[in-house]
Every structure is written in C-alpha cells, then in structure tokens.
Design a protein around this ligand. Structure first.
Ligand SMILES: Nc1ncnc2c1ncn2[C@@H]1O[C@H](COP(=O)(O)OP(=O)(O)OP(=O)(O)O)[C@@H](O)[C@H]1O
Ligand SMILES: [Mg+2]
Length: 241
C-alpha cells in the first residue's frame, strides 16, 4: 500500500459566466488526497461538489489553478491526453446511472472497452466477470429499463471498473436509491477501496459517510473545516425554521 499523494489540487477555481453574472463554482480549492483513501465530499446544493469531481475526472477544465494526479498535470494535457487519462485512470459513477438504454447490462459494461484492442468476445467475457463481481451475473442480458435502480447503479459500477482505474469518482451514487441499495453500492465502493483504489464520493446522506476514511466539507465553492461547516449548516437550518 502506498502512502504517497495521488491527487494534489492547488488554488483551483471554476467560474461560470451566466449572462452578466459570474458564478464561482470553485473558489480557490486546495486539497491533497493520498493514494488508497476513501473520501466523502459533503456540502449543500450548489457548493461545488460536482464541479470539483468533474474537474478531477477531466470532464471539464478549470478557470485557473492546478490539478496533479500521479504527478501529472491535468492542465498540461491536450484533449487526447485528457481522454486517455479519463479512460485509464478514472472510473466515474453518476447519480442517474447514465447507462445506454438500448444496450444490455453486458453491452453497457463492455462499451468503454470498444476502443481498446480487445476482441468483442474478450470484452464480453470481462464485462460478464465484472457483472458477477457486483452481484448481477444473472442479469447480464437485461436492458436498463428491465433493472431496478440499485441494479442499474451496480451495472454503472461494473462499467466504471472496466479499465481497472486507480481513482473512482462517484457523484451521489446513492441519491436515487433506497437505503438497502444505497448501502450495497457504498459497500461495493468500500471493497474497491480495500482493494487499493482511491475513492471520492459525493454524498448528502450521513448514513453513507461511515464508509469513508476521510471527509471533505464544502461551502460556497470552498473547502471548510468540519466546525465551520456545522456552524454554517446549523445556522441555515435555524433561519428556515
Ligand atoms: N455549466 C454550468 N453553468 C453555469 N453554472 C454552473 C454550471 N455548473 C454548475 N454551475 C453553478 O456552479 C455552482 C456549483 O455547482 P455544482 O453542480 O458543482 O454544485 P453541487 O454542490 O454539486 O450541488 P448539488 O448538490 O445540487 O448537486 C452552482 O451555483 C451552479 O449553479
Ligand atoms: Mg452535484
């Protein structure tokens, strides 16, 4: 097990221009994430959690600041290099599963391998193995519409694992799930952490926090201490009362 830093983020900013208004989705974020840790990212709606995950996953570019993953600078990467980074290093899991509805579970999981130099037969064998690992070995031929939410998210987890990524990013993966399915997904993520992956999960649900080894709190595009977070979120509850 390595104790080295996997991710370093320095003065990261993301500003969206909305008409004449500027939205500071991320406002000077600094964060260091050691390899083989399990982070939960908490924060109210609009605090910048998804933006942080998207930038880390190379799905979007920062306005300024630096992200290094494995010592590699994301801003130094051109679009091709960023695509390779996304494919090899990152497994992304979304709240809404983002499966392709016309494809079976097996085909959905095999999909990210289509550009790899792997035969179709081998792609399907790997996908089937991954579906077994998430407990869906017997559902491989079902399309997303024929699966429950929890099962669809398990397909999405299997798909995220296809290229054996070092870093798993999950944006409210349990947000659309009942409690039992939510725990099953968090347990899968915890197993991945046990197996040496680094996992970052955005989650509103305090019950899901227990799986994490580290917690990050966000307010208004910044990372804050737990004490400041508790104070601010308690005040906002009081105001609404
Ligand atoms: N593409 C965009 N264009 C304009 N503004 C955006 C865009 N994406 C995000 N924002 C704004 O940036 C801020 C942070 O958004 P973000 O989606 O990161 O929040 P979040 O913490 O993930 O919230 P939620 O819990 O609701 O998912 C919000 O004010 C949002 O409106
Ligand atoms: Mg979000």
């Amino acid at each position: 097990m390595s104790t080295s830093d996997l991710i370093t983020i320095h003065e990261l900013r993301k500003t969206f221009q909305m008409g004449r208004q500027k939205v500071h989705a991320l406002d000077s974020v600094d964060l260091t994430v050691a390899a083989n840790t399990f982070y939960s990212v908490m924060g109210p709606s609009g605090s910048g959690k998804s933006t942080l995950l998207y930038l880390l996953g190379g799905l979007d570019r920062p306005t300024s600041g630096q992200i290094h993953v494995n010592g590699q600078s994301l801003e130094a990467m051109d679009e091709n290099a960023l695509a390779v980074y996304r494919q090899r290093t990152i497994g992304f899991i979304f709240q809404s599963f983002n499966l392709i509805s016309s494809l079976t579970a097996l085909e959905n999981v095999a999909y990210p391998m289509r550009f790899a130099h792997v035969s179709r037969r081998r792609r399907h064998a790997i996908a089937h193995e991954l579906l077994k690992r998430v407990g869906l070995g017997d559902r491989y031929n079902h399309k997303p519409g024929e699966l429950s939410g929890g099962q669809q998210q398990r397909v999405a987890v299997a798909r995220a694992l296809v290229n054996n990524p070092q870093l798993i990013l999950a944006d409210e993966p349990t947000g659309n799930l009942d409690t039992a399915s939510g725990h099953a997904i968090m347990q899968l993520l915890a197993d991945l952490h046990q197996n040496g992956r680094t996992v970052l999960v955005v989650s509103h649900d305090p019950r899901m926090q227990a799986y994490a080894t580290h917690r990050v709190f966000m307010l208004d595009g910044r990372i804050v201490t737990e004490a400041d977070y508790e104070t601010a979120t308690t005040i906002s509850v009081d105001r609404s009362a």
